[in-house]
Design a binder for this molecule. Structure first.
Ligand code: 5GP
Ligand code: SF4
Ligand code: MG
Length: 465
């Protein structure tokens, strides 16, 4: 999911809409904005679909008055998957004893189901299927005197990954979980402030990056400025390494590192670890592009656009007909046949999850007359599900959980298949010595199976057995 907040600026909603538009890649299912105006109170618009289709009309922005506002783009990883109900669209809002509070959450809580069960037994009535609502109920039941204190108390009970932006009548609050699994940054926006999942959202609205919210930090932004608190036990940070590989936008800067540069460096590492004689290096757009550039630069094999992406493939387009939907990746990607014919091609993609995309692409490339097809993947084999906010399928649907690399190569039908090593990936994101197995700097559970926070709900349901 993606988060954006604006505090103490005229027409906060228009900045939030811009910010969410820049974060659309983090969630396409739904978007919502909540604003606050002292005369009108809280206003909220929550819709299914893209930001550009829902938050560009003047009437919508005018329905969201105020100098402070927060917003969310949704990508479901908990709750009802794939078919977001309007009740699950964030920010969630609640009237608490001391005033209203809106909450937007990126990440996934690993013990939400256990807490929810307990809260329901004690009389809480849940409105949504989202794990985020647990935080609201814990806040509502707290005896602390103000909203930030209630939020601290609630967040000490939940486990897992959370970056949160919350809005009250007088404050905007930003928090990251103790490991800092998901990103969150602070910027100056005119006389006011902005918070966003990624720095690319600051660029679009002219906000000036100040710093990242630190793992385990809570910032409270008010008329007094920005105050910083440490509500949790200190822990070693474990930022999501997959944000660098795939999830974040390449024009964002995370942990002081350009995401584009990390991805290009992954391609350089891949070319060193897994060289091959070939005529062309082609990305599988758009996610494989920076790594393909790095592979080409390091190997000296020319870079070319062997696969062309249709920029206008919207989600809504495929809905009308089953027959069209079955055409799958062909709607989005097409082979540049004249270029590919007779060539030995290196195809670079960010990840292999179920293997469906790779299989279809290999078929298209072979149809187009490629002489050889070599897959190079910018992440290690995805063999474990993510429980911290990236939507991976259950373990038995992950190709790498069921097959060896040679079996995957044969299944995909390619001449060679190589993944970057975990050490190579760490080097690409700035760890010169690779991954320190006794104290890894990142979360890499989907590749290593080492979960920095036990996924307790999932374990209770036997998801990993
Ligand atoms: P597969 O077809 O192997 O299941 O999926 C691999 C493709 O899905 C890759 O091209 C990658 O760009 C994309 N992908 C990887 N992770 C995610 C994700 O979390 N969400 C979405 N929508 N796509 C992803
Ligand atoms: Fe990121 Fe993978 Fe960890 Fe999930 S399991 S937070 S995708 S590194
Ligand atoms: Mg892709």
């Amino acid at each position: 999911c993606g988060l954006f907040g604006a505090f103490n600026v005229a027409d906060a909603a228009s900045f939030v809409a811009l910010g969410l538009h820049a974060l659309q890649h983090r969630g396409q299912e739904a978007a919502g904005i909540v604003t606050y105006d002292p005369e009108i109170g809280f206003s909220s618009v929550r819709r299914l679909g893209y930001v550009r289709d829902n938050f560009t009309q003047r009437e919508t922005i005018e329905a969201l008055p105020g100098r402070s506002g927060i917003g969310h783009v949704r990508y479901s990883t908990s709750g009802a998957k794939g078919q977001t109900a309007i009740r699950d669209v964030q920010p969630l809002y609640a009237d608490l004893a001391m005033g209203g509070c809106a909450v937007a959450h990126n990440g996934n809580l690993t013990n939400a189901r256990a807490i929810k069960k307990e809260l329901i037994e004690r009389g809480s009535i849940f409105q949504s299927s989202s794990d985020t609502e647990v935080i609201i109920h814990l806040m509502a039941r707290s005896f602390q005197k103000n909203i930030p204190e209630r939020m601290k108390e609630a967040l000490r009970r939940v486990e897992g990954a959370f970056s949160i932006i919350a809005l009250t009548r007088s404050k905007m609050i930003g928090v990251r979980d103790p490991l800092g699994v998901r990103p969150l940054s602070l910027a100056r926006l005119g006389e006011g402030w902005a918070l966003a999942s990624e720095t690319c959202a600051f660029d679009i609205c002219g906000a000036e990056f100040v710093r990242e919210i630190e793992p385990g930090e809570m910032v409270i932004i008010s008329e007094k400025g920005v105050e910083s608190f440490r509500p949790f036990e200190p822990a070693r940070p474990r930022f999501c390494i997959f944000e660098h590989v795939y999830f974040s936008r390449p024009d964002s800067v995370i942990g002081g590192r350009s995401v584009y540069e990390s991805r290009r460096a992954i391609g350089v590492e891949l070319a060193r670890e897994a060289p091959v004689e070939a005529d062309l290096v082609c990305p599988i757009p758009d996610s494989g592009t920076p790594a393909a550039i790095g592979y080409s630069q390091e190997s000296g094999i020319p870079y070319a656009m062997g696969i062309i992406r249709n920029q206008y493939m919207g989600r809504t387009f495929i809905e009308p007909s089953e027959q069209i939907r079955n055409m799958g990746v062909r709607l989005k990607l097409n082979v540049n046949r004249a270029l590919i014919r007779g060539k030995r091609v290196v195809l670079v993609d960010d990840s292999v999850v179920r293997g469906t995309t790779s299989r279809k692409i290999r078929e298209m490339i072979v149809d187009a007359g490629a002489a050889e097809v070599h897959f190079r993947i910018a992440s290690p084999p995805t063999a474990w599900p993510c429980f911290y906010g990236v939507d991976t399928p259950e373990r038995d649907k992950l190709l790498a959980a069921r097959m060896t690399e040679e079996e995957m190569r044969a299944y995909l039908g390619v001449d060679s298949l190589r993944f970057i090593s975990l050490d190579g990936l760490y080097r690409a994101v700035g760890e010169e010595k690779g991954r320190d197995p006794s104290a890894p700097r990142y979360c890499d559970a989907c590749f290593s199976g080492e979960y920095p926070v036990p996924p307790s709900d999932a374990l209770a349901e036997g998801a990993l057995t």
